[in-house]
Design a binder for this molecule. Structure first.
Ligand code: NAI
Length: 354
């Protein structure tokens, strides 16, 4: 069982922000154990992905949902989309027996929230699941009617983010012959690897899912390593696209890269400490909620009926947003996570004022 490895806090209230809300639904028949966390309504109704993965405890799942919802507010304000942060977590410690019934119940739960939270895909859910949800509620984005998965746009955003980081740190626009180590070959990791391979990047990859590994190996020229070995791979960029808290005091010691740039949410186990530690080690860290905002930009704008070419421009703009963060970080000798948070908080404050 792949249990999420987030760090447990002592008191859940420490991570409940002033305007946070949390909703729970348990349906015994289908096994649905759903948590919706709302960070605030500051920027409008909330929007965020629905994660369906195993958890050690309900407490840990609630903590993950609250932290992810908070990150979604920061992500939304930096990406400039008119939604606040929300997140759904479905505790999947047993296989789902009847997916149709399970996501029908989840859809009813979302409908009962009356638009406070708009749901979308995340780890463990796909467009088919959201199609089932859409039969119960209009408060859903990333259905197959939207023509693409947000994950494709997350991958596009991360690809642009890697380019911005490489330009800043390695002073080149050319990714060819760079070596990138990739953790996670799922909905984001796999299309991202395809984009990087097309640019001539040398890839070392890992995943705990043998099926995903085989698909990657059959499609691309890659080197495979065991999941525990990926942190010690000597490469230019480490690209995490699995679960959270994988950058911590233990893994930082093993890293032999110049850049960390990947899609995973909440990558840093201890945000400020780890980001500072990375800067001290000379590793450029692309703040997760900035580099992985492509999926949100897609889901939010599609929900609002905005055209795809405009959405693509906004996703490509992640390059410029990150460049600004990197330049400020260098100029002020401040770690990148702090710079990104400062920009997000300033934008939130200016939103409050006016
Ligand atoms: P996914 O569930 O499709 O893929 C995750 C992959 O990571 C799976 O192949 C899984 O087997 C692998 N994995 C899990 N634990 C691992 C470990 N310890 N070592 C190696 N591989 C491991 O999820 P998806 O959608 O690709 O998302 C990846 C990450 O990016 C997640 O943290 C997600 O929250 C984040 N993210 C995803 C977005 C999206 O649009 N899908 C948007 C923004 C962030």
């Amino acid at each position: 069982m792949n249990l999420s490895s987030i760090t447990l806090k002592e008191d859940l209230f420490d991570i409940i922000d002033e305007n946070s809300e949390i909703y729970l639904r348990h349906d015994r028949k289908t096994g649905l154990k759903a948590i919706v966390a709302i960070n605030s309504y500051k920027l409008g109704p909330t929007l965020g992905g629905c994660r369906c993965v195993p958890y050690v405890s309900t407490f840990q799942a609630m903590e993950d949902a609250l932290l992810l919802a908070r990150a979604m507010t920061f992500k939304a304000v930096i990406a400039g989309v008119p939604f606040s942060g929300g997140k759904a977590v479905l505790i999947k410690n047993e296989p789902i027996q009847d997916r149709k019934a399970y996501f029908t119940e989840y859809g009813k739960f979302i409908e009962s929230l009356q638009g406070k939270y708009i749901t979308a895909v995340d780890s463990g859910t796909d467009l088919n699941d959201m199609d089932i949800v859409a039969e119960q509620t209009k408060y859903v984005s990333s259905t197959s009617a939207m023509g693409s998965s947000p994950a494709q746009y997350t991958a596009l955003g991360v690809y642009n983010g890697i380019k911005a980081a490489v330009k800043h740190k390695l002073k080149t626009d050319n990714l060819a012959d760079l070596h990138i180590s990739v953790q996670g070959l799922g909905a984001v990791g796999m299309p991202l690897c395809k984009m990087l391979a097309e640019d001539g990047v040398k890839l070392t990859v890992t995943d705990i899912d043998k099926k995903n590994l085989k698909y990657c190996q059959d499609s691309l020229d890659v080197t495979i390593v065991e999941p525990t070995k990926i942190f010690a791979v000597k490469s230019d960029v480490f690209c995490p696209n699995a679960l959270g808290a994988i950058i911590n005091s233990k893994t930082i010691q093993q890293l032999q890269v110049s850049i960390i740039a990947g899609a995973a949410n909440n990558q840093l186990a201890e945000e400020n400490k780890d980001s500072k530690h990375l800067m001290e080690k000379g590793i450029l860290y692309a703040p997760d909620y900035v580099i992985n905002s492509g999926g949100l930009i897609f889901a939010a704008n599609k929900y609002l009926g905005i055209e795809t070419n405009i959405i693509e421009q906004q996703v490509e703009n992640i390059y410029n947003t990150l460049e600004k963060i990197f330049v400020t970080s260098t100029k002020e000798n401040t770690h990148t996570h702090k710079v990104a948070n400062k920009i997000a908080l300033e934008k939130l404050a200016s939103h409050d004022k006016g």
